[in-house]
Write a protein that binds this ligand. Sequence first.
Ligand code: OAD
Length: 250
Amino acid sequence: MTLQSSISSLVKQLASTQKVTVLSGAGISAESGIPTFRGKEGLWKKYRAQDLATLSSFMKDPKLVWEWYDWRRKIIASKEPNPGHKILAKWENYFPSFVLITQNVDGLHQKAGSQNVLELHGNIWKLRCTQEGTLFENHEVPLKELPPRCPQCGGLLRPHVVWFGESLPTTTLNKAFTESSRCEMMFSIGTSAVVQPAASLPLKAVESGAKVVEINPVSTPVTSYSEFSFRGNAGEILPQIDKKLPSEHL
Ligand code: OAD
């Protein structure tokens, strides 16, 4: 099947699909210029996760960990959502039920206009007090003080992201599993699908009777059970799908 005929076949089904759930990963922001984690240019090729993305590394050297997050915040701050993010924001108002689950912490889905985003791994623009758990939204680039301190109690602030060895936020994760099991169509976009528990969401969907659509330049563990697997960039494939959808949902 050619790309165009696969897209047409998907669109035929999507036109009458009521419940769509999407799982996105770092790949959807790649075309905005934000580095992914794995792959040739991935962050985990240059940096060791155990030195920068664990609670023990933070407790040992909070300044070093914050320097890395401050650098990532600087990169992200200068980037804009790409057509992939924009189509997903548009689909929130197109499908009767549409849920966007992301592993990304960059906030680009929201910047594109998505309002209902389940953030599994937190958000780099939020800081959390290690003493009292208070959350602060903070868009300062670069941060004035490294490591930053809580304006209320003076405690150390940490990035509000999930580190290796930490649990995902329970309510968000439960919602993500519920939405994956009740959807008719699940998209897995720009994720290597190797980090648990997020990687289990498309599997949950297929086991619950949904069809899975993957968009990724390379194959992943999701490919084997996907009904449609598009080998390409999200910022190119999503607009092509969207262009073929009827202007009003049935
Ligand atoms: P990865 O870096 O593991 O995977 C990114 C995926 O995006 C790869 O499979 C790429 O092939 C694909 N990709 C690259 N460019 C793309 C494009 N233009 N369009 C579509 N796909 C593209 O990122 P994640 O799967 O998101 O966790 O990683 C999961 C988690 O691992 C992250 O949330 C992070 C990381 O460690 C934490 O920090 C807790």
